[in-house]
Design a protein around this ligand. Structure first.
Ligand SMILES: Nc1ncnc2c1ncn2[C@@H]1O[C@H](COP(=O)(O)OP(=O)(O)O)[C@@H](O)[C@H]1O
Ligand SMILES: [Mg+2]
Length: 281
């Protein structure tokens, strides 16, 4: 559904995107993970044709480039910065977006109703957006993306700064978009969330893809060892191991053991091992 080949984009001396290639199929969620400034949003902007790459190619739906309006009509983008009119109600916001997508009045009405239903805002449709919480704004931002029934959905940090209930609702919605056979690109900083929702992940840093695979593949390849913690009456010891079950069986022969804990590597371990611990602002 989306194929990006070797795209580059520089701003002066900053190489925002430095040779990214990726693809997303129908019925798949592709995660783009990376620290701040890694090039995720620039990659997404290039994918939807908002900015042109210095070099490289984007093909959507196997047919064409996002510079063609008919190709753009297949895509829906929820930008990182929520794009809504605060003084309008949710219904009025969706009506505006529906007009931009070229839907007629009755199509706009029914698309808005089903999008609101989908994000759990039907009963707040007549409220102005300025009265909404952060989570509600994010959900409405997602609703605007779905009005024209896009086959490719790009969500740039759709859960940034939302409450746990909204986060959970957004993750469920992404799963349902995938189950309907749409292709989804999803960027996030939240590793646990990526592990739950993404079929495949590209870890990006400094404008390049530095690792790709399913969450399990990435953890197996780059996650490092498991850590076993063993407590006795007067001490606590930690052991690193690649085979926690055998290691634990061995350690449990000691009658003094009072408690154990296994910490298996997760996507966060992978991310920190690959991108380092230094702060990125
Ligand atoms: N319009 C722009 N002008 C100048 N620099 C930019 C612009 N957009 C992005 N950058 C720079 O490009 C790099 C990648 O940014 P971005 O794609 O927003 O990263 P991410 O979304 O992964 O945080 C950063 O160093 C950012 O400062
Ligand atoms: Mg970004």
């Amino acid at each position: 559904m989306l194929r990006i080949r070797n795209i580059h984009k520089s701003y002066g001396r900053v190489k925002a995107v430095d040779g990214v290639s990726l693809h997303v199929e129908n019925g798949e969620v592709l995660g783009l993970l990376g620290p701040n400034g890694a090039g995720k949003s620039t990659t997404i902007s290039i994918a939807v044709g908002l900015i042109l790459p210095d070099s490289g190619e984007v093909v959507v739906g196997g047919v064409g480039s996002p510079s063609e309006p008919a190709v753009r009509a297949m895509m829906g983008l929820a930008p990182q910065a929520v794009a809504l009119y605060d003084d309008l109600t949710a219904a009025e916001n969706l009506d505006c977006f529906g007009r931009l997508y070229g839907l007629d009045r009755s199509a706009r009405r029914s698309a808005a109703a089903s999008a609101l239903e989908r994000v759990g805002l039907s009963d707040r449709a007549r409220d102005r957006v300025k009265a909404y919480s952060g989570g509600m704004k994010r959900r409405l931002n997602l609703a605007t993306v779905l009005l024209h029934n896009p086959r490719l959905v790009l969500l740039d940090e759709p859960t940034a700064g939302v409450d746990p209930q909204s986060r959970s609702a957004i993750i469920e919605m992404v799963r349902s978009l995938r189950d309907e056979g749409r292709a989804v690109v999803y960027t996030t900083h939240y590793m646990e969330e990526a592990q739950r929702v993404c079929d495949r992940i590209e870890i990006v840093d400094h404008g390049r893809v530095i690792a790709s695979g399913s969450p399990d593949e990435l953890i197996g390849l780059h996650g490092g060892a498991s850590v076993i913690t063993i407590q006795t009456a007067d001490s606590e010891s930690r052991f690193e191991t690649d085979d926690p079950v055998s290691e634990l069986t061995l350690r449990l022969r000691d009658p003094g053991v009072m408690g154990v804990r296994i910490d298996r590597p997760d996507l966060e371990s992978v991310f920190l091992r690959l991108t380092g611990r230094s702060l990125r602002d």
